[in-house]
Design a binder for this molecule. Sequence first.
Ligand code: GTR
Length: 365
Amino acid sequence: MDYTNLPPLTKGALSLESWNEDRRQEVLELFRREVYGRIPDEESISVSFNTAEQSSGYMEGRANRAIVEIICRRLDKEFVFPLYLFTPAAKTEPVPCILTIMNRALSDADPSRRSISQFWPAEMIIARGYAAAVLITHEIAPDYEESFTTRFHRLFPEYVKDRPSDSWGAISAWAWAMSRAIDYLSIDKAIKADSIAVAGHSRGGKTALWCAAQDPRAALVLSSCSGCSGGAITRGKTGEHIKEITGTFPYWFSANYRKYADKEDSMPFDQHMMAALIAPRPLYLSHKTQDAWCDPRAEYETLKQIAPLYGLYGKPSPLGDAMPGPEETVVSGNLGFHLKSGTHDMDEYDWERFLAFGEAHFSPC
Ligand code: GTR
């Protein structure tokens, strides 16, 4: 694939003057309007928190658990979703936190810890000195077509019928919820407010990226196999494209996004521009060899495209031309990438590297 014709990050030569706040807002607006959809009238939603439960004795006494209800009200509607938060019991000082958006069966991120899964190894995260927070997609916005009527969507009944083509899809609702979780984590005294990372896999990986693109408080991003409409440049990628993803999951995106199916060359953006919105914050993308649907090469290219921007910010993160091979990891400055043999998944191998990347930036221990 020849990447010389990608839409450029800036108008004119890449410099910090041309990648200024106006340009960032312009790019953000492109992704809000054309891809994920905007949440309208955000100011009309009030958010408060209720610590519904606080208990100790988890993970053989090594962790405390809080369940925080995030209460969202708009006009006469209310919608509440839980944030599950484990903190290391032995720590007296605030700790960095990894906030994961979980998009699989509850057993993959079981808040009771009866079911343990490599997908969200909270015990390992705690042992390394972080707090482990998790949100469950299903508890925020349904991951199936339901005409935008339940959970988060019910705050906006007037958008059920005449839904503008730039209205939010589920990814925007999940990303919004991650930001509300950051609202809470930033005021919890157990957490270091400037050291909150966001993480997710696949649709969760897309969500974590979109959250961080919009919310500068997401201080570090860990995104596994996010692929199409996530970390992968769409033009020229293998596997899934806009036609397939909007055909199967139309409710993830704004209605506008569908118009680019089979017309990707006409997009005034591509995914490297969303990743650029995260610069110069630390960003790590991980991959599996047998995930042609996602296309690791297209994700590595995203990092290569934004690496010069990190240099301009004084965070040099140069990357070699060739993508790392299986079982290889590349970390350069604030950018990280690895490829592991296997199928579309997130596991302890990935978390090992995510946590090491986090340690280089957050010093959790
Ligand atoms: C697929 C989707 C991918 C990816 C994946 C997942 O079906 O098309 O883009 O997000 O689901 O979330 O596991």
